[in-house]
Write a protein that binds this ligand. Structure first.
Ligand SMILES: [Zn+2]
Length: 754
């Protein structure tokens, strides 16, 4: 039991350091049950095997396994057979979804010179799965509409709204043009969306070598970075409207589901899109004239970056097979002993764009080892209090299809029973990255304190804290990382399978993974395979083992706790921060407009426009009005008060654990399960009803980057002042409801003690 002694020491040291007032019992456990839990967790963490992780990866990534491919189904059936072999209750659920695959792809430069893009990633002799061309999906962006356009080319940097503002200052329009954008700085589906809104007729997206090619290091197979012909496939579905099957928004895509006509689907692109390699992009960019691109736009191609428009003229043709394909979600259920109607759900996808060793198998293999370890513990007599559900999702890559359809099909049960969803996706060497619901912030910190980093032999929490200090930009940030009891949890946004659980259903969620020590440029290419992963990433699978230990510990602890370890003081602190940020954002907008109007009055723009490289003055605007943040501030006060109250009641209840009355605990847990739901509204965010979470959503113009308090924030960014005021009231009302729920849970705990 040496590891356990060490863990207690870590907790004790933490107690001294931050002055926290809890004893060494695990949060949510009485003293006696905490000791039992620690014993089971220690047993659990000794089980995951690096060799198994390696074997699963080799098997699952042996062939391309995208949605609809034979090996995708084969993998699902193999995973199912494994679960059954381990004695677990498992089955496959299928859904039928729209999944376009390429039929015709053409990119050619037709003026001033001729060049035809290869659109093909070559096999490499040293990489044994790279030659499976007949099974590989060609390079493309799924859910691009069909189209055939010929137009002048314009380089638009990353293709996000601020890039178009810069273009207009340079006097360049993309109306009627084909744009070429770099990958990065937004969800890729944002690029064609913004291009179309600005009048473009086609969109190319390429990987500049500066971002993940030779600008970063040696390219594959000599190093991990993107080779010249490597292409990032990927979905360009308008996922900020809704993810999942475009034909069945809000409902499960079961056999007999009512489907939209494809013309009525809202999430296909408006213009044709294709991704290309930097070898294919180079001649197109070299043929551009017009203004030199702003310095921050230039990449590593070793030639001048100009924006156009033209004289380069490009022909882009895209046609897809618009087929319905079957998804195979593998579902495992371990029934809870005393609280079977409270569910802990954990998932990772199994489908890939091609062989997908890193994305998703480096996460899926850890999930499998967790399940195997649970099956071992079950044989030794462990029974979780709550029900544990494992989901190995299909169709994540095209648009979070498998998780979204499953959760939509089971929405009523999930809203009633699901306490927490924990997601992983790809994994690598390095630091623990955690984002999620802030009511789980303390819980994640506690788990991280109990996990050992395989490279440094200190806790992953300690390593994470030191990394936070190292990366801090300001004295305040360093100070906070040194003295705050918990490291902050990132906000979720979107980008993986937690989206439906968190954003749509309001289930407290976490997304976990290790990384940051392995760079790479194989994302969504044929080179993301077993050879690459075992040469350039977590080559001995020690971080795969650590991931299984981390997530498995979290699942066990959530499933076994007497009271769900939700904690609201960190939550209230974070919401406070978000509200401060909103006020700062409004002030910054006001200052920006005032300053610009002053500069227009001074005729600054005309004076500083170089006649040989003329720039256009920006338009005059009205300064943003003041908004009434009082409802939000009042809600924050209520939230802070009830969070403190709950914290005290909870600590006392845990100390007096022996007097537990089951019915009270059940009521407290039932309230806690609903706490995240209180942050949602059934009418959703403005213009996108599927997204119902008021505190965190993918930005309409960033995609995976989270927008916190998105209704208010985006109204300010988009200068919709009336909407901003309405959204403030809506969020404040939800937070008041949350405060009332926390208050009632605290009351229940106290009543129990009297
Ligand atoms: Zn993935």
């Amino acid at each position: 039991m040496r590891p356990r002694a060490r863990l207690l020491l870590v907790v004790f040291a933490c107690f001294l350091m931050v002055g926290a007032s809890f004893d060494e019992s695990l949060a949510g456990f009485s003293k006696a049950s905490s000791d039992t839990e620690r014993d089971w967790e220690t047993k659990f963490r000794s089980i995951p095997s690096q060799q198994n992780l390696r074997d699963y990866m080799q098997r699952l990534s042996a062939h391309p396994h995208h949605v609809g491919s034979p090996y995708d189904r084969d993998n699902a059936e193999w995973i199912l057979a494994k679960f059954k072999e381990w004695g677990l209750d498992a089955h496959i659920e299928t859904f039928d979804v729209l999944f376009p695959t390429p039929k015709l792809r053409i990119v050619e430069l037709v003026e001033p010179t001729k060049f035809t893009a290869k659109l093909q990633e070559p096999a490499l002799a040293i990489d044994p799965t790279s030659n499976q061309q007949t099974e590989q999906l060609p390079t493309y962006n799924a859910y691009s509409i069909d189209g055939d356009v010929m137009a002048p080319l314009v380089f638009v940097n990353y293709g996000i709204p601020e890039d178009y503002l810069q273009l207009s200052r340079l006097g360049v329009s993309v109306k009627g043009a084909i744009v070429i954008a770099k990958y990065g700085h937004s969800w890729r589906g944002i690029k064609p969306k913004v291009a179309a809104e600005n009048g473009a007729v086609g969109c190319l997206i390429y990987s500049d070598p500066q971002d993940d090619g030779y600008g970063q290091g040696d390219v594959f197979p000599n190093g991990p970075y993107r080779p010249p012909d490597g292409v990032q496939r990927g979905s360009v579905m308008d996922m900020v409207i809704h993810p999942g099957d475009p034909l069945t928004p809000g409902i499960g895509a079961t056999k007999d589901a009512k489907r939209l006509d494809i013309k009525a689907a809202k999430t296909l692109t408006k213009i044709p899109v294709l991704p290309i390699s930097y070898a294919d992009a180079q001649p197109l960019l070299a043929a551009l004239k017009g203004p030199i691109a702003p310095e921050a736009w230039r990449g590593s191609l070793g030639q001048p970056y100009r924006v156009g428009a033209g004289p380069a003229k490009v022909h882009l043709k895209v046609q897809a097979n618009w087929d319905i394909k079957t998804l195979y979600d593998v579902i495992v259920k371990i029934s809870g002993s005393t609280n079977p109607d409270e569910w802990i759900v954990r998932g990772n996808h199994h489908d890939a764009w091609v062989n997908g060793a890193e994305d998703p198998v480096s996460g899926a293999n850890a999930l499998m080892e967790e399940a195997r370890a649970f099956s071992e513990l079950l044989k030794q007599g462990w029974r979780p209090k709550r029900t544990i559900i494992y989901g190995v999702w299909d169709g994540e890559e095209p648009g979070l299809l498998g998780s979204t359809e499953w959760a939509e099909a089971h929405a009523d049960e999930l809203r009633q029973h699901a306490a927490v969803y924990i997601n992983t996706d790809a994994n690598g060497r390095g630091y623990l990255y955690a984002s999620g619901s802030h009511s789980l912030e303390r819980f994640v910190n506690d788990v991280a304190r109990d996990i050992v980093d395989p490279e440094k032999n200190i806790s992953v929490w300690k390593r994470g804290q030191l990394k936070t200090i190292a990366d801090a930009q300001t004295l305040e940030e360093r100070q906070e990382a040194r003295t705050r009891a918990d490291l902050r949890l990132g906000s979720l946004g979107s980008g993986s399978d937690y989206t439906v659980f968190f954003d749509h259903l309001g289930i407290a969620s976490l997304n976990l993974g290790y990384g940051d020590e392995d760079g790479g440029g194989i994302y969504h290419s044929i080179y993301d395979d077993f050879y690459w992963y075992t040469h350039f990433s977590d080559t001995d699978f020690s971080y795969g083992r650590t991931l299984a230990q981390t997530v498995g510990t979290a699942v066990m602890r959530l499933a076994d706790a007497e009271i769900l370890p939700f904690e609201f003081t960190d939550f209230a602190d974070t919401i406070h921060q978000y509200v401060d940020e909103l006020q700062k954002l409004l002030k910054a907008k006001q200052d920006e407009v005032t300053e610009r109007d002053k500069q227009l009055d001074e005729e600054l723009f005309s004076a500083t426009s170089d006649p040989r490289r003329p720039t256009v003055a920006p338009p005059r605007e009205d300064a943003p009005p003041h908004l009434n943040f009082a409802p939000l501030q009042n809600a924050l006060d209520a939230l802070t008060k009830s969070a403190d109250h709950y914290q005290k009641a909870w600590q006392k209840a845990m100390k007096d654990g022996t007097r537990a009355q089951n019915s009270t605990l059940q009521n407290v847990n039932a309230a806690l399960i609903q706490s995240e739901r209180k942050l949602t509204v059934s009418e959703g965010l403005p213009g996108r009803p599927w997204f119902q979470h008021l505190i965190d959503a993918p930005g309409q113009y960033t995609g995976y980057g989270a927008k916190t308090i998105p209704g208010v924030r985006e109204a300010i960014e988009l200068k919709r002042w009336k909407e901003a005021d309405e959204q403030i009231v809506r969020v404040a009302t939800a937070l008041q409801g949350e405060a009332a729920l926390i208050e009632s849970a605290a009351g229940m705990l106290e009543a129990r003690q009297n």
